[in-house]
Ligand binder design. Structure first.
Ligand SMILES: N[C@@H](CCC(=O)N[C@@H](CS)C(=O)NCC(=O)O)C(=O)O
Length: 206
């Protein structure tokens, strides 16, 4: 069995879908969580000066999306065919575009940046959230599996469920406005092998 080492900080951040995937797939993996105070020395050893990166059998893969796509293919979680793989990529790209657009609101809501939270919520975040959710809801409704793809669980479900988790932390209306997303998130988090991990992690953490 391949032994993976996944390097990141001790937070959910952008790595949590990768942790979820590895847990769900019952992969043999070390979740290396670098303490902030060790980061300056650690940074020099990383391939790009950033985390996450994945190490296994002499290979080193940086970039969260490259890791997700690689593991998705490796563990048959990348859709049943090329059209489904493209469906994953479309949804992920739309989420990424939205995340870039609403970055200022998210940073203010998390206390990482100064700004008018109420104004940013109303004028920047809500319109973009609603465009995103209209698209995702439509994609979900096309699937009969309860997951994004008709063929069942894929790596996109970990990415989407963690996206919804983050949105519910910065948007107290999210779960009531999008109850389907909340149900979907629970379905993903309750998957075998994953539930125990989700239940053990600190609630409400970024
Ligand atoms: N595009 C990269 C972004 C990586 C990134 O920005 N990582 C941040 C943590 S989320 C980091 O390493 N920050 C520390 C630094 O830049 O020194 C990915 O998706 O993996």
């Amino acid at each position: 069995m391949v032994h993976y080492k996944l390097y990141y900080f001790p937070i959910r951040g952008i790595v949590e879908p990768i942790r979820d995937l590895l847990k769900y797939a019952k992969a043999d993996f070390e979740d290396v969580r670098i303490p902030k105070e060790e980061w300056p020395q650690f940074k020099e050893k990383t391939p790009t000066g950033k985390v996450p990166y994945l190490e296994f059998e002499g290979n080193v893969i940086p970039e969260s999306m490259a890791i997700l796509r690689y593991l998705g293919r490796e563990f048959n979680l990348n859709g049943a065919n090329n059209v489904e793989a493209a469906e994953i990529d479309s949804v992920v790209e739309v989420v990424k575009d939205t995340a870039n657009k609403v970055r200022d609101y998210i940073r203010v809501a998390r206390g990482l940046q100064e700004g008018d939270r109420i104004e940013l919520f109303r004028d920047l975040y809500v319109p973009n959230r609603d465009v995103l959710m209209a698209y995702i809801t439509k994609q979900m409704q096309k699937s009969k599996s309860g997951f994004l793809l008709n063929s069942g669980v894929s790596w996109a479900d970990f990415f989407l469920a963690e996206t919804f988790e983050t949105l519910s932390l910065v948007d107290e209306d999210f779960n009531t406005r999008y109850p389907g997303a909340a149900v979907y998130k629970r379905r993903v988090f309750n998957l075998p092998n994953l539930k125990e991990y989700i239940d053990s992690r600190p609630e409400g953490s970024f």
